[in-house]
Design a protein around this ligand. Structure first.
Ligand SMILES: CCCCCCCCCCCCCCCC(=O)SCCNC(=O)CCNC(=O)[C@H](O)C(C)(C)COP(=O)(O)OP(=O)(O)OC[C@H]1O[C@@H](n2cnc3c(N)ncnc32)[C@H](O)[C@@H]1OP(=O)(O)O
Length: 215
């Protein structure tokens, strides 16, 4: 990925927020509402008599949005301009309703970290985070850690170890740190902890390769 210019541990201070902060804009408010709908649909009583009307209204909203959508190619160019990936990615993007969203800060020791509480849409085992969701969060966090360290690339391997179930509804700390660079190979590690205990740890191999931004 061509991540463009971004802050690094060399150029920015401890605690620099690396992801896009939600803004008081119509698109961020609409996305936050969509996120709320995702959760409410899972929580509402299945016998809720109004679900037929809810389906109609949501389809009406989708049609309105589709009618105002430019060609995908054109949207992609726009998406990758400016802040690029951080506004629309599926982990930290305030414009992406499937993103929790996780907010990550860069630390002086070269690591990145953030706190997030995951709820019902991210459930795997009862009351626990889906393992694929943990892998998604960590893959992305390792990618941001590489960018913060000043050398990033594409994921070639992600070795995930699940130590204990990761709880929903509790604050989770997500961390990543670049360990070493060997030519084009970048080794990066990370973890998700809850109440000070490691739930998931990962080792990633990234290869220094860029996919150009659409123009
Ligand atoms: C401060 C920041 C602010 C924020 C700023 C924005 C931040 C924003 C962050 C975004 C964070 C996104 C984080 C998500 C990251 C993805 O989601 S990336 C998407 C998932 N990954 C992919 O799709 C990759 C698909 N695979 C590929 O494209 C290619 O296979 C690869 C991995 C790029 C490698 O291809 P290649 O360039 O042709 O590499 P190649 O020349 O074959 O191999 C180079 C070396 O690597 C080794 N190698 C290659 N692949 C492998 C492998 N799988 N296993 C072991 N060794 C391998 C080779 O053996 C070779 O070793 P040597 O012979 O040199 O010793």
């Amino acid at each position: 990925m061509d991540l463009g210019n971004h802050p690094t541990v060399e150029s920015h201070s401890d605690g620099t927020v690396l992801t896009s902060a939600p803004q008081d804009t119509p698109v961020d408010r609409a996305t936050a509402a969509a996120r709320r709908v995702l959760e409410a649909l899972l929580l509402t009583d299945r016998a809720n008599a109004n679900l037929e009307r809810v389906a109609e209204e949501l389809n009406g909203i989708a049609e309105h949005l589709e009618q105002h959508a430019p060609e995908v190619r054109e949207r992609m160019v726009d998406m990758w301009s400016g802040e690029g990936v951080t506004r629309h990615d599926p982990v930290t993007g305030p414009e992406n309703a499937i993103a929790p969203p996780l907010v990550l800060a860069g630390m002086a020791d070269g690591s990145v970290r953030g706190e997030v509480t995951l709820t019902i849409p991210y459930q795997g085992p009862p009351g626990c985070v889906h393992g694929g969701v943990s892998a998604l969060l960590l893959d992305h966090t390792l990618g941001v850690a590489n960018a913060w360290a000043g050398k990033d690339g594409m994921t070639a391997q992600l070795n995930v170890r699940y130590h204990r179930p990761t709880p929903l509804f509790r604050p989770l700390t997500v961390q990543g740190r670049q360990e070493s660079v060997d030519g084009r190979k970048i080794h990066t590690i990370g973890s998700i902890t809850a109440d000070g205990e490691v739930c998931v740890s990962v080792e990633g191999l990234f290869i220094d390769k860029k996919v150009p931004r659409p123009r």
